[in-house]
Each structure stands twice: as C-alpha cells, then as structure tokens.
Design a binder for this molecule. Structure first.
Ligand code: FMN
Ligand code: SF4
Length: 664
C-alpha cells in the first residue's frame, strides 16, 4: 500500500507535514477564552505524537455562544494574544500546524449557562435543551460577523495557521444553511443563496482582515441526515461558490446533526467512514482541499480514503484522545502497540454530557498528561511487585509499574489475559473491547514483563516469589446472591435462593436459543442493549423489567447513542416493562411486578430463564496479609472498564510513593 497519509500537502502558502489532523473536540479544560496549561499540554501531546495539523476546540464568538466565556477573557479581547501564542508556539515546535475553531453554539447554547437567550435563524427549539431561541436580528448578525473577524485577527497575531468556522449542524451557521431550522422570510432565509448569506458575509470580512496570512476554512456537516435538512448536494454548491469567490481555502466534512447524533460520533459496531462519500462528493464538485472525519479507525483505513481520492486530510478525534502517539508508533513500525479508540463513547462524549472534563477509557491520562506521568526510577528495579489477575486492571498495573522501574510478575489463573472483558467481546458488535487487551499484550512483551498464565495465586506461590509488594486485581463476578440489594426488585429472593437465576456471563458462556427470557436490569448500561439485541437474534423472546424509564438508560442518553437503543425497542420479540420492579416470584415461578408510577401490579407469567443484571460483587482472595498490598479495579470496588484501567495506571505512582517516600 502506498503511504500518502504521511506525505506533505500544501494549501495555498502553508505546507502540512502530513495528512493527519487532530479533529476539533470539546474538552472542558478551559474556563475562558485563554487556554489553560492543561489544555496546552493536552493538544501539544497530540502534535508531539505526530499530528501534522491540530485543531482547537471551538472558541466562542459572543457572550451567548458558550457558557465558558461569560466570565474571564473572551476571544475578541486582544489580551488573549500572549496566551494563544504559548499554544501556537508549542504546536509549531513539533513541526505541526494549528487552526483555531470559531463557533457559536446557536440554539444549543442554553440561557441557564450564558444568562442570555440563545440565537438561531428561526425560533426552532433546541433538540438538547428544548429552549426556544431568539430569532437573530440583522444587528446581531452584524455583531457576530464582526466578532469573528476580530477573533481571526487575534488568531493571526498569535501565530495560528488557519481558522475553521463551525458550520456543523446545530451551530449557528449550520442552522442557517438547513431549511429545516431556517424558515426566515428576509434575505437570510428561503433560497440557498439567502441561507448562505450570513456565512458568506463572515468569510468575506475575515478575508478582508487577514488576507492570505491565515487559511480560511469551515467545518460543515455536509448531510444533516434528517428529512428536510441540509443535503450534500446543497452543501457542495455552497462550498463551490465560496471557493470560487476566493474566500474559502479548505473544508472539513462530517455528517449528521442533532437529529441524527450517532452519525457524528459513531459508536462501537457502528458504520466506518460514514462521511467519506459526502467528502468525495464535495471534493469532486468544489475542487478544493477536503478534510474528512468520522470513525476512520486505523491508519490503513485512512490510507484507503486518501488513496481513493475521497479526501486530502483525515481528521481523527477519538483515536487521538485514546492514543496521542499513534502516528509516531505507526511510522516506527510499532502499530501493534497503538491503543485504538474503542468507540465506547463512555468517557469522552459521556463526560462532556455530564459537564465534566474529558477523559478516556482506553487512555486514563488523556488531559492528565502531566499529572499521571510516570517517571522511571532505576533504583526501584530491585523492588519486585507481583500483580495477581490478568484482566484490564492487572495488565495496566503491570505496565505502569514496570515503566516506573519495578520488576514485575503478572499472574493469571486462566489460559488468556483479558479477564471478563473477553466475555463482553463475545457479543456481536462488541469485539472492539479486545482492543483494550491486544496492544497491552504487545507492550507487556516489549517491556519484557514476566507473565505466568494458568497459575493459581495462593500463599504458597507468593512465599516462593517473595515479592516486595502485591497488587490484587482479581476482578468481580455478577451479583447473584440473595442478600438484599437496594429497594428495587426486593421480592426476587422471597421464595428462591438464587440458583434459579442466570447472569449475563452465564448467557455468554451458554447462549440460549428460542427461549422465553426475562431480563431484570438495574444497571442501565449500554452492554444490556447489546445483550438484548443478541438474544433476539438468537430467536429468543426477551422481556426486560427495569425500574429505569427505558432500556440502556441512563448510559445511552449520556453517550448520545439513544437512537441505537430506540432501534432495539422496535425489534420483534422484545417487551419492555419500564418503571417496574419485581415484587415476587410465586410458587409456580411466575413473576409478579409492580409499576412504580401507576402503582398497578401485573403477573408476567412464567419464563424459561430469569436473568439478573444487578451489577457485580468484588471477588476475594485469601492470602498472607503480611505482604504490603493494594487492591485495584473491580476487586477494590466493582465499577467499569474505565475505572479498572485508571486504577491500573494510578497505582504506579502510589506504589512508588510508598517505596520512595514511605507513604502508605
Ligand atoms: C468528546 C468529543 C467532543 C467533540 N466536540 C466537537 C466540537 O466541539 N466541534 C466539532 O466540530 N466536532 C466535535 N466533535 C466531533 C469530532 O471532531 C469528530 O468529527 C467525531 O468525533 C468523529 O471523529 P472520530 O471518529 O475520529 O472521533 C467532538 C467529538 C468528541 C468525541
Ligand atoms: S472514551 Fe472510548 S470512545 Fe472515547 S476516546 Fe476513549 S476509547 Fe474512544
């Protein structure tokens, strides 16, 4: 395969060292328009890792465009320039280019955060907040455009290479373009020429102010993927016209809108390269450099997109969150050590929905590059740590501790490393969970860490090894014991002792076919939806009893995947009992439930199999307490894969502090 991904390319007078772009993504690391040290370190790590082009998160344009700019510096204040310079100089020091993204969040910028009504072309309610925006006036459009031009001038003074205006779906300019959200009757609504007027005026003013010192581009959702919304044909026409007028140097293409959110950040098992077709269409019609993004998971996929002349640059958001160094690893011929994005959306998208700073399941140090940095102390080489349990927490701990300088023995009782994640990856569409384990096995080998498989860890073995410390990472098992767990479904064990129930792990071990199954879910997790899908495919009838409002709630709302849960609802063979708890399983095995909203009881009858999804309980291991020891991952407290990997990474510095400073 030719390797064009890592060849230089010029746009106007700027040359990019390769075609790899770190795509714009919100982080919640910045509290105003001046970039925090944390953000500068975060973006710089991606440039240092090999991105030829780094794009910032959106900079607000007016006070109602984003919560963060209500207080502190704003992008149109010239005082931001020295701070912005710190960022551009760091990025340039790695030979990479940097563009600033400028955006107004339109109707999605809630007054509860900005203190002001949001703006949109028409008073169409936000899909997210349901707030009705103010129809933006001509004076306000002029202010918005003026602000964008001032921010562009500040960016030019600070050394940015390009500006990229957000024209994605619900951002203000995206709403102007879409006939679904723009039903104005003045010169900014109606015909395509009118709907693109505000964008054209903004680009004209920016070009007037910055000339050719900055590349001018925008990021557009070229196909809103909703009936009546913007189409790729109209997008291409807009881009063609603006390019021919000399006010547009490049475009960055995605697809989807807030009506089809799962197209913007497609999840595990979802479509690959969904926006590539639209990108090619635009590139062919408008003949200008095109960047494309959207679940392009590997350098090989990216290479195919470029070689097929679909796009000129590939933008990656989540792959860079998951592994800032993936380009350098690829170029060094160490692809097997790239930590691929899992497309789980569990900590990037989910944490932003919760208004928390970005993090990553695969890469717990995303955004904590300095905080979780592990420095190697060669003196620790004489200290020997035994890690018991070869699941994600144990593997990660072994790697982190080795990097800190310890000698490591990793012990796993089964034949394979991976723990229960191997089971989760058995469910169709969820195989990408294996991408947690595969690269880490390669790193274990690279670091020459001793791994003992099929080895039972007991006191005798520990005494033989005689380590200086022990990490317990033995995991958890699905909860299935008759102790009372929470108020919900308390009637489960009144007549039964637990042996009658199955768990998710049991189902994966022995997949049922053509059975009538009831699943009692108190986790609200994404994995339940995948499991139900699979059970239906195997010809089972599945009834889900849950005290939550619906299947996969709340996880799939936070990860913006509710459309996937909705598709599962529509399938044949599924019945859902939301807001419902089990009050009793009677003498004949029939399940009695109560709808907690209506207060009405119901007898659901008998089922072939009763499956409990009530979360997990930690596993215990008896051992000689004299060893200095730490518990991590699910055996410390059963949480999730992100917590397991985070524990595994953080333990290195904790153990190091213990041996170096005597901290317990
Ligand atoms: C956490 C997160 C925040 C994002 N924020 C933005 C944003 O503010 N503006 C934008 O245009 N795209 C944003 N995106 C979309 C990405 O730039 C990218 O188009 C999308 O994630 C698909 O690419 P990927 O599969 O490489 O992640 C965000 C994506 C993620 C995961
Ligand atoms: S949290 Fe999951 S989807 Fe998000 S970047 Fe990390 S691995 Fe990828």
């Amino acid at each position: 395969m030719t390797n064009q991904l890592f060849t230089p390319m010029s746009i106007a007078n700027k040359t990019f060292k390769n075609r790899v772009v770190c795509a714009p993504h919100w982080t919640n690391f910045n509290a105003s328009a001046s970039y925090t040290q944390r953000y500068i370190d975060y973006l710089s790590a991606r440039a240092e890792g090999g991105a030829g082009w780094v794009v910032t998160e959106p900079m607000g344009t007016t006070q109602n465009s984003r919560a963060e700019i209500v207080e502190g510096l704003r992008g149109w204040d010239p005082e931001v320039i020295p701070n912005w310079k710190q960022l551009t100089e760091r990025i340039h020091s790695f030979g990479s280019k940097i563009s600033i993204t400028i955006g107004h969040a339109g109707r999605n910028a809630s007054w509860t955060e900005t203190g002001q009504p949001s703006w949109a072309p028409s008073p169409d309610p936000s899909v997210i907040t349901r707030e009705i925006p103010k129809e933006i006036s001509h004076k306000e459009i002029a202010l918005l455009i003026e602000r964008i031009s001032v921010i562009a001038q500040n960016a030019m003074a600070a050394g940015f290479d390009a500006i990229e205006i957000q024209v994605t779906a619900d951002y203000l300019f995206g709403s102007f373009l879409s006939p679904l959200t723009n039903y104005r009757t003045d010169q900014y609504g109606g015909s395509l020429e009118n709907r693109m007027r505000a964008l054209r005026e903004a680009l004209q003013l920016v070009r007037e102010k910055v000339g050719d010192k900055l590349l001018i581009g925008f990021r557009i959702s070229a196909d809103h993927m909703v009936k009546g919304g913007l189409t790729k044909e109209e997008s291409a026409e807009v881009i063609r016209i603006l390019k021919e007028e000399g006010i547009l140097d490049f475009v960055s293409i995605i697809v989807g809108s807030y009506y089809s959110l799962s197209a913007i950040t497609p999840a595990m098992g979802g479509p690959i390269g969904l926006a590539v077709e639209a990108a090619k269409y635009v590139r062919d019609v408008a003949c200008l450099p095109v960047v494309v993004a959207g679940r392009i998971p590997t350098p090989e996929h990216a290479e195919e997109v470029i070689a097929g002349e679909n796009a000129d640059f590939i933008a990656f958001a989540r792959p860079f969150i998951a592994d800032p160094n993936w380009p350098n690893k690829f170029l060094a011929g160490k692809s097997e050590t790239i930590y691929p994005c899992l497309y789980c959306n569990q900590q990037c998208v989910t944490r932003l929905s919760q208004k928390l700073p970005l993090s990553c399941v695969q890469n717990p140090s995303a955004g904590k590059e300095k905080l979780l940095e592990i420095s190697n102390l060669s003196s620790l080489n004489k200290k020997h740590i035994c890690v018991i349990g070869g699941g994600p927490a144990g593997i990660e701990a072994a790697i982190s501790l080795r990097k800190a300088g310890f000698a490591i023995t990793l012990i796993e009782q089964s034949q394979r490393l991976g723990g229960r994640l191997l089971l989760a990856a058995e469910i169709p569409g969820r195989q990408e969970w294996l991408n947690v384990i595969k690269p880490r096995i390669a790193v274990l080998e690279e670091l020459k860490i001793e791994v003992r498989l099929e080895t039972e860890a007991d006191s005798k073995l520990l005494d033989e090894i005689n380590p200086d410390g022990v990490i317990f990472a033995v995991g958890a098992k699905p909860w299935k014991s008759p102790q009372y767990r929470g108020e919900m479904n308390s009637g489960l064990f009144s007549k039964l002792n637990g042996s009658e129930f199955s768990t998710m792990d049991d189902l994966i071990d022995a997949p049922p076919r053509n059975k009538n199954i009831v699943l009692i879910d108190e986790t609200g997790k994404r994995s339940i939806v995948a499991l139900v899908d699979w059970l239906l495919e195997l010809g089972n009838q599945v009834s889900v009893v849950t005290s939550f409002p619906y299947l996969g709630y709340p996880a799939m709302v936070l990860s913006q995947e509710w459309a996937i849960a909705r598709d599962t609802f529509k399938k044949d063979g599924i019945t859902i009992y939301p807001f419902t708890k089990v009050t009793e399983i009677d003498d004949r095995g029939a399940i009695n439930v109560l709808n907690v909203l209506s207060g009405l009881p119901e007898n659901l009858g008998k089922f072939d199999q009763i499956v409990l999804a009530f979360g997990d309980e930690s596993k215990n291991l008896s051992f000689n307490e004299n060893y200095q020891h730490w518990k991590i991952g699910d055996c410390a407290s059963p949480r999730d894969i992100g917590a397991a990997l985070s524990d595994g990474q953080r333990i290195a510095n904790i153990v190091k502090e213990h041996f170096v400073d005597g901290v317990n």
